[in-house]
Design a protein. Structure first.
Length: 284
């Protein structure tokens, strides 16, 4: 496994591999890897000869400096996991390399409409940062295939639209959320939970599944169903942040043409913000 920091060297290696006829898959990460990330890697490896993973904590997608400063950095452990998984190249650039002129003058990419709603409304500029870094990494890696987790549903939707709109020759493969045995969606944030909180955390998925079932039966009654789900979470010890039920294609409110709905959950358990989502078919 090659660990490369320099974009010029990365380009050179990718060019050499492609001249030899290899196809390249790519999984962008911010490190602190868990089984969810490794599942993305395993899926990527099913589609191409060469697998590339990036580890880069992207300052452009943080609107809170303390969150950026405190983001866990476990590069040595991450590289050991990726080497064991059979990854060919790990790209580990510094912020100075990715943004040599700083963030204030950096050209950015933004998907209109989908970037400033839902999570984007709570975190202004976040998805601009995501779209920009993913585009830059796509330009550097030149992948044929890229894998993204369905757990970050809005991010996946934005990347899919960006790739389509900008005619990028990259196949985006969604990968289902990886869950712990309890049903809790795997996340780097789970490590922040106390033992007591960890026992409560699976209730987020339980309430989400109940809400999804109810939406299938009565999607015209979403606001009351969301309110009921929020009360259930609060009774379990969560502090509900936001619950949305929207069209999974447009991320807009459900309408008569919507064939599916996505339930998007966000709630605090102690100091830790947990998210999850579920797509359900609507009864026409």
């Amino acid at each position: 496994m090659q660990v490369i920091k320099d974009p010029t060297l990365l380009r050179s290696e990718i060019k050499k591999l492609k001249q030899q006829g290899a196809q390249v898959s790519f999984v962008p990460t911010m490190g602190n890897l868990h089984q969810g990330h490794l599942t993305l890697v395993q899926e990527a490896q099913q589609h191409t000869d060469i697998s590339v993973v990036s580890i880069f904590v992207n300052p452009m997608q943080f609107n809170n400096q303390s969150d950026l400063d405190n983001y866990p950095k476990t590069l040595a452990e991450d590289c050991a996991k990726l080497e064991q998984a059979g990854v060919d190249i790990v790209f580990t650039p510094s912020a100075n390399v990715i943004y040599p002129n700083g963030l204030n003058t950096q050209t950015f990419i933004e998907v209109p409409g989908m970037s400033d709603c839902l999570e984007g409304e709570l975190r202004p500029g976040h998805f601009r940062g995501v779209s920009t870094i993913v585009t830059k990494l796509f330009n550097l890696v030149q992948p044929d295939v890229a894998c993204f987790g369905e757990k970050d549903f809005q991010q996946l939707s934005i990347i899919q639209k960006m790739v389509t709109d900008l005619a990028m020759p990259i196949r985006i493969i969604p990968v289902a959320t990886v869950r712990e045995a309890s049903g809790l969606a795997m996340s780097s944030r789970n490590g922040k939970l106390s033992a007591g909180e960890k026992s409560i955390a699976p209730k987020l998925a339980e309430v989400m599944n109940d809400l999804g079932n109810n939406v299938q039966v009565s999607s015209e009654n979403c606001q009351q169903l969301i309110q009921d789900a929020s009360q259930a979470l609060d009774q379990f010890g969560f502090k509900t942040d936001k619950i949305h039920v929207v069209d999974p294609i447009t991320l807009a409110p459900l309408n008569a043409a919507s064939q599916k709905a996505v339930v998007l959950m966000a709630a605090f358990l102690g100091e830790t913000r947990l998210i999850d989502n579920l797509v359900v078919n609507l009864r026409q």
